[in-house]
Ligand binder design. Structure first.
Ligand code: GAR
Length: 199
């Protein structure tokens, strides 16, 4: 079965990336994690990618004069590896409209909140401070508006009275991983069926 060649962009721990790479090992999963790129040279996720046998490279944004030069290198690496779909997973760089438009409808992100609530950072603390009863995570398409693209899938979780930002983040993480695996499956399956219809 043909699989959609997918890259995962990371900046840190890479647990969502590892969940995607693990799921993609199954023959019936419609995406293949063909490349991991980190903008941080010592990101833990790079070691995880190697353990999982996934090609991984660093493109350090600090080595470039501006965002556009960094993104040109990122785009070149993706194109060189024949990547069709890109998943941001804890990738902590804001992407410019130039990059986002080049990868329009082929660029996903996971965000730790029930979007449109709590775009940006510190989402767990903001949900607790607001007295919310529930929190969650969202996989969405990336557009030029920060955390503003169409939702693909969402998962909600009850906030408990004893929750801190850390406990909430920890309880949410396995749900993020499951959600991202499902969302990538959905998007890659749709891409495969469109490409079959086009033939
Ligand atoms: C995840 O919780 C993800 O939702 C969040 O960073 C963490 C990365 O964890 N992303 C954002 O906050 C994006 N704004 P991971 O490196 O273990 O996948």
């Amino acid at each position: 079965m043909r699989k959609i060649r997918t890259a995962v962009l990371i900046s840190g721990r890479g647990s969502n990336m590892a969940a995607l790479a693990q799921a993609a090992k199954s023959d019936s999963y419609p995406a293949d994690i063909a490349l991991v790129i980190s903008n941080i040279p010592d990101a833990l996720g790079l070691d995880k990618a190697k353990e999982l046998g996934v090609p991984a490279k660093t493109i350090d944004h600090k080595q470039f004069s501006d965002r556009r030069a960094f993104e040109t290198a990122l785009d070149a690496a993706l194109t060189e590896s024949d990547i069709e779909l890109v998943c941001c997973a804890g990738f902590m760089r804001i992407l410019t409209p130039w990059f986002v438009n080049r990868w329009k409808n082929r660029l996903l992100n996971i965000h730790p909140s029930l979007l449109p609530k709590y775009k940006g950072l510190n989402t767990h603390q903001r949900a607790i401070d607001a007295g919310d009863k529930e929190h969650g995570c969202t996989v969405h398409y990336v557009t030029a508006e920060l955390d503003g693209g169409a939702t693909i899938l969402q998962h909600a979780l009850d906030i408990e009275g004893t929750d801190t930002a850390d406990s909430l983040a920890q309880r949410l993480l396995p749900h993020e991983q499951d959600l991202y695996v499902e969302a990538l499956k959905k998007v890659a399956s749709e891409m495969l069926s469109v490409s079959r219809c086009g033939k």
